[in-house]
Design a protein around this ligand. Structure first.
Ligand code: CO
Ligand code: ZN
Length: 327
């Protein structure tokens, strides 16, 4: 059964790249009774281990979400910002944003001249106050904000913000809670700073030095009129990645995931993403190299405030991850 309550809390929790404290604490609280050992490394990765004497396996889902960082507060109290992670200026106008302390703002745009391009430098945040003291006290350089958007679900699908990659975190949590009896030594990594270049995964991959790594992250789909040409679709099951810009899935890992899906009657589809990358990128080139793959959750409207995924796909991803832990 899909745990909507947990997914909602994960999606609602504040945690842009480099500011993962709250989401880490939420996940820590959720998993503490299920791991043999929990560590937080110097960069802030949360690593839960299920000990074993067998093969060392690393699973990774990133805790961070995309956001904005305040770069300038002007004399009238309007805020300028830089993006933290991949955001498209064209999709930002009119959106509500929320800061760690709950203060909000709305993204507005300067008047554009004819043919002038809309870039982030034309956008500003209106934080709804004429009180200069209030603004000075509460909005400082380096403060970050994220999309404000309510969690919503239908019988089969969810709309929420930061499904990238809180749905991946959800899958790792559920797999850890249902960890199979196995001799494998399994590390569930909740990584930091994926959205700015998989920085947490880089150090976690190095320190754990696994025999096999599987990242769990969202991927795009080709099933809506938004124009992306690819075969992945919502409701088609767990997506086994074959390639993106950071990884060509190791053939043994591709075969392993495919065989496990077939054997356990897990619905799956193959995925080739022509842009983007995941934590498996830096992990697979760590040290002498780590055979790696990705279990992806088909998701529409990536990096917007309304990402959409299918609950059945998530269940299939959990089953495939559990099968991989016990393989
Ligand atoms: Co992302
Ligand atoms: Zn992601």
């Amino acid at each position: 059964m899909f745990n909507s309550e947990l997914m909602k809390r994960l999606s609602d929790c504040f945690g842009p790249s480099g500011r993962e404290k709250m989401i880490r604490e939420l996940i820590m609280d959720e998993i503490k009774d299920f791991a043999d050992e929990i560590t937080i490394d110097p960069l802030g990765n949360l690593i839960a281990r299920k000990k074993g004497k067998g093969k060392k396996i690393l699973f990774s889902a990133h805790m961070d979400q995309i956001g904005l960082m305040v770069t300038h507060v002007d004399e009238k109290g309007f805020l300028r910002f830089a993006n933290v992670g991949g955001l498209n200026a064209k999709e930002l106008q009119g959106l509500r944003m929320v800061f760690a302390d709950g203060h909000e703002g709305v993204i507005c745009c300067e008047e554009l001249k004819e043919n002038e391009k809309l870039t982030t430098s034309k956008l500003f945040l209106d934080v709804a106050s004429c009180d200069k003291e209030f603004i000075k006290e509460n909005f400082r350089l380096g403060d970050m904000c994220v999309f404000k958007s309510d969690y919503y679900e239908t019988d089969d699908c969810v709309i929420c913000k930061a499904a990238d990659d809180r749905v991946g975190c959800y899958i790792l949590i559920e797999a850890l809670k249902n960890h199979p009896s196995t001799d494998n030594d399994v590390y569930y990594v909740f990584s930091v700073q994926e959205e700015v270049g998989c920085r947490g995964a880089k150090t976690a991959g190095y320190s754990i030095d696994p025999d096999l790594a599987v990242a769990v992250d969202v991927t795009a789909t080709g099933d809506s009129p938004d124009g992306i040409k690819m075969d992945v679709k919502l409701g088609g099951g767990a997506a086994i990645k074959l390639k993106d810009n950071s990884l060509i899935t190791h053939p043994h890992v591709k075969d392993l995931l495919t065989d496990l899906a077939e054997k356990n009657k897990i619905r799956y589809q193959y995925e080739i993403l022509e842009f983007g990358g995941t934590d498996a990128g830096p992990i697979h080139t760590s040290r002498e190299g780590v055979p790696s793959g990705v279990i992806s959750i088909p998701t529409r409207n990536l990096h917007t405030s309304g990402e959409i995924f299918n609950k059945n796909d998530v269940e299939e991803c959990i089953k495939l991850l559990i099968a991989t832990a016990g393989e």
